[in-house]
Each structure stands twice: as structure tokens, then as C-alpha cells.
Ligand binder design. Sequence first.
Ligand SMILES: [Zn+2]
Length: 537
Amino acid sequence: MVVNHDSTPSRKALPASTLAQNPRRYSRIKVETGLPIKDEVEAYTVAVALRSALAEQLGIDARELGCATQRVRNRDGTSGRSIFLYDTASGGAGYVATASQQLVDLLRAARRNLECPRQCDSACHGCLLSFDTQYRADQMDRHRAACVLSESALMRLDVPDQVKRFGAGAKLELRGLRNALRQELSRPGVKRLRIYLDGRLDRWNIADWSVAPDLFRWRTDDVEVELLIPEEARDGLDPAVANLLANLVEVSGATLFVRGSLPSTEALAVEIEGSAGSVRWVVIDEDGRAPGADWGCGTESGICIKAVSSEPRSDSHGSLELSASDLRRTPEASVGEVRIGSDLNGSARGFGVRFWDLVKGQAPRLGRQLEVGGPISEIRYIDRYVRHPFTVRLFIELVTALTPSGGKGTRLAVRSASYDVDHAWAHRIHHPWPQASDRDRVGDELARLRGFEPSFETIAPRHLPHARELEIVWASGRSVVLRLDHGLGYWEGSTAFDFSASHARQARTLNRTRLDVKARHPTHPTIVYVTAVRGAG
Ligand SMILES: [Zn+2]
């Protein structure tokens, strides 16, 4: 089961009938409990019992709350059902926002609501049927739901022994660490957010770190954001990862420190210092402290613990401050760099031409090769993060501009990674395709429309480098590699996109969509590192 508090939820997350009742805004709760529910009857019955439990606890009418379920795909590729509770009042009364903090108690109360005084077979007016649920009586079964909320399942949610040593107030964090931080940071009196990055360096993956885009919002005049990295990260990170971290520090305005080693048992991941003391989160799994896709939970126990203390740790005082440039690393074999800020803003159609004009200006030797090098036989691009139609469109503009007479005779090989999406309701050009295979098929179709001989391929992320590399190979045998530190994700643009259309149709739309492109953080340029042109000719 999943519960997740999200103050800016997708409008498409709930059935249209719900939106009609809440045209403006609603609160939604989604919390990972580790209880798998695959069956709609089980999920919906638990949802109804959970809603009653929350209404009883708050002393409000159940009509103030709505519930719904939805199929979701889990990270491991299996699917399950999420349960959503929401406020029915227009504007959101804020009732559900209180639920995630005491989810375990609520689930126990929900379990009691599945016991029927009339001992019915599935659901009746003595237990689960009410003003709205009576129309879905055939989709409820209290006995099956009781198996989901079994005593053994609920026991797994009890505070484990390892939590108790973090103090009397320590409890399991069920909101998800990112959501918990959003909520805690909205309280008055917050002074400092300190994130301890840890775990094996090869698990660091800034581009997949969910809170990276939040950091620059969280840092304000009143709130300092500090990132603390271990000593070995200073020189031991992959250059592409180090550069993205350096960019993040610059763009977010966070302060970077190298910290002394923490006792390994401490597992501290985040601390929020406020005027009244500090709130800390401990993440037990080591990979849950690495900035990447598994940050905040990890892949083994998944345990995140919240502990409250009246004493801040003040750990950064003895730490060494680093600037972003201390961290930045020039990739191997680079002979030049091209810095790009808002230079390429404008229509998508001319993006590629503007890009190469800038490269020719800042990397003249490559510029000459581009001018007089003759036909290009192959273009290879490796980028873990090609996920959106927007990215594919920009990429196609980039390579189209390299082959002014059309891509005919040029092979185009794109390798990108498989991914999991949390975005089940893609409808804009900058949303990810539901499946990596959609990207590959639409990419192939689009590249063919531009005359190339394409092959878009999906590779497991662990077999792809962190760096985004564009290699150009001329028929003469010469070649050059460009490394793009942000890839094409440095730019943004948005328009509606129909992901349900056939791949061919998506490609045709993508080929001609008029689109404005602009730099996400124009004051912090993206860097393209260029190698020497190799080979005879
Ligand atoms: Zn009953």
C-alpha cells in the first residue's frame, strides 16, 4: 500500500468524479508501508475502512473524506494498487494531511472496522456500506481485506528495536523522506537543512536524486541548506557525477562541506535545525544515504527513522567548506570546453544550428572539422536519461544540423537506460514516456523522418557510463567526442503531447511541433567538454 502527501498532486491522479467535487485543490496522502496489495477488491475495502478510521479519529463525517485506488507499477517491475485518501472540501480541509503521521494506528483502527457486528459475508450497512460505498458493494470484501491487514502484517509496521536506540521519541518515518522534509520545512523557525551524503560512491547518481530539484526552493533567506560529503567523495567521484553535484551546489545556493567520518552505526541522513531543536532522519540502508534513486529508503530494509532532539548536532562546524569549483573535474582527454547559458534560447527548430555555431566559435579546431570534414558516417550518443519526447526532439535537432543535406547515409546509434516512472499520467512533452521501449520506437521513427539510419536502444543503467557522450565519426575515419555535463536536460520547454498515439504518429507530431526552448538556469552555464579530433584524414 502506498500513501503520499503531495500538495501539488497531478489532477489526473483521481477519477473525474472526484475532481468535480474538488475543482480547486485537494490533499492526497501516499505512504509506503511495504504491504503489497494487488487486488482491487482488497485495496478498495481497505481504503474504505481506512477512511472510516480517519473520520472517527478526527471526529468528522466520513463525507469530508474521499478514497480511491489506483494501479501503480513498483520499482522492481511488479504492480500493485495504491490507496488514496483526500479531502472532499473544495480547497482541501487539510484532514488527510494529518493521517500519515499516525498511519500505523489508523491501520489498526481500519482493521477493527473490518469486523462486522452482523457477521456479514462481504460488506453490509452494519460495517462498510455508506452513502457512497453502497454503490460499490460488489467491490468490497471485508474478509479478504482482513487478510491484508493481518496481525502479522501490522506487526511489521511496529517500531523495530533498532529504532528505539535513537531515543524515546524515535519513530518510523512513513511519509517518505522527501515528503517529510517538505512538511517539516514548511514549519516556522527552521534555520538549517543539513543533508549527509554517504553510501558507496558508485551508487551516487545526482541526476536521479529526487530532492535535487527541491534544494533551490528549500534554501531561502531564513533557511540554509548544507550538503556534507565524506572525504573520499572529494576526489573519488566519477567526473560526470562530481560535475553534476558541483552544478547542484551552484544552482541551489547550498553550502558544501567535507565532513569527518561519522560512526557507521549512526546512519544519519538529514537534520533540520530549528529554533526549538532539531529533527533528524536516520536511514538504515547504506545505499539509502547515497544521492540517487534509492535515497531516503535504500534497497534492503527500507527503514527511515525520525528522531527529535532539543540539541542540534552542529556537525558542520568542524567541517571543511568546499566551493563548487573545488569539486568540478575536467573529463579525461578534454582539450576544450564550450560554456552555454541562455545562448540557445529560441525555437526548437533552430536549436541544432545555434548549438553548432556556438561550438564552432568556442572550439575552432572542431569547428574546422565540422566545416570541411566531409560526410559523417555515424553519430553515437550515450545518455542514461533520455526519457522525454522533449529530449528526443532536441537531440534530433542537434544531429540534423550536423548533416545539412539530410541524415541520408548516416547511422544514428542512441543508447539510453531503462527507467521506472512515477508519472503514470504523462501528457506534456517534458513528461517521460511510460516505457523506455516507447522512447526507442518513437526515436527510431523520428530519426527516419529526418533521413537517418537509426537504432535507439535500451541498456541496463549499470552498463552505461555516467557521462553523456556524443561521438561523431566521419567517413574519412576521423572522430571526436563531446561530453555534455547536463545533457539536453539543461533546457526546458513544454507543450501538450499525446502519449496514447501510435509511435509513428508521436514521431510525426514531434517532428513538427513548434516549441520554445530555454535554459533552465541561465546564470549557471552547462559545459560541453570536447576531445581532440582523432584519426587520419
Ligand atoms: Zn457487515
